[in-house]
Design a protein around this ligand. Structure first.
Ligand SMILES: [Zn+2]
Ligand SMILES: [Zn+2]
Length: 246
């Protein structure tokens, strides 16, 4: 089953339709027609095994007629042809817990095929695929996104409003002198922890400083003025690479 990024983050109820073997209502799962029962298997005489001679040896194997049970159905149920089960399509609602990750498997007890001869019903396994999100990426319970700011916001600092995972917004203070690529952390704005109602991961904002690509005359003048008042360096020296890794 495929679910969206946010459905995986916050949990969702989903309908799932699948075919499974269900107990036959007509024979109540016995496989026998009404009023008839089981009789000794004529092939193996009730032993459940057949013997085959091969030279000096006699090899025993499971009886193909009764499958080793020693009995067969006298008159098979017309509904299920003696199987005791019939294949039916069914729809159930499943609860996908908040915080589930891509590729995980949900196991639903007794929602699989009906057990033969009174055995327990099998389980249903649902494999989950989580669609990627346009703006958010997760690593466990932490979430990453990229937020663009202008070069003046980066230089002067600014209060910006960014969207959170739960469709709300949060005010973030960009400190003056913020460099491109700086990462800010929003505590508790990540993915809810699986099977916990309170704990959540964090959200990391990677700041992307946008340099203007088109300047009008006014902006060009202002920037030139700024450049000359700064006395800009025309022969910069390389930055120690260790500085970039901070
Ligand atoms: Zn039946
Ligand atoms: Zn048999």
């Amino acid at each position: 089953m495929e679910i969206t990024f946010l459905e995986a983050a916050f949990g969702v109820k989903k309908e799932v339709t699948y075919a499974r073997a269900e107990r036959c209502d007509v024979c109540k799962g016995t496989g026998s027609d009404k009023g008839s029962g089981r009789k000794l298997c004529p092939t193996c005489g009730g032993s459940g095994q057949v013997r085959r001679n091969s030279g000096f040896f006699s090899i025993a194997s499971t009886c193909p007629s009764c499958g080793g049970e020693g009995e067969i159905i006298e008159k098979p149920c017309s509904e299920c042809r003696g199987a005791g089960t019939v294949r039916r399509s069914r729809t159930i609602t499943i609860t996908i817990p908040a915080g589930i990750e891509d590729g995980k498997r949900l196991s639903l007890a007794s929602q699989g095929d009906a057990g033969a001869n009174g055995a327990q019903d099998g389980d249903l396994y649902v494999f989950l695929r989580v669609q990627p999100h346009e703006s958010f990426e997760r690593d466990g319970k932490d979430v990453y996104c990229a937020i663009p700011i202008s070069m003046t916001q980066a230089a002067l600092g600014a209060d910006i409003v960014v969207p959170t995972l739960d469709q709300k917004t949060v005010r973030v203070s960009i400190p003056p002198g913020t460099q491109n690529g700086r990462v800010l952390r929003l505590k508790g704005e990540g993915i809810p922890e699986l099977h916990s109602s309170t704990r959540r991961g964090d959200m990391y904002l990677k700041i992307v400083v946008r340099i203007p690509t088109r300047l009008n005359a006014k902006a060009r003048e202002l920037l030139k003025e700024l450049a000359s008042s700064n006395g800009e360096e025309s022969n910069p020296r390389p930055i120690p690479l260790s500085e970039l890794k901070q």
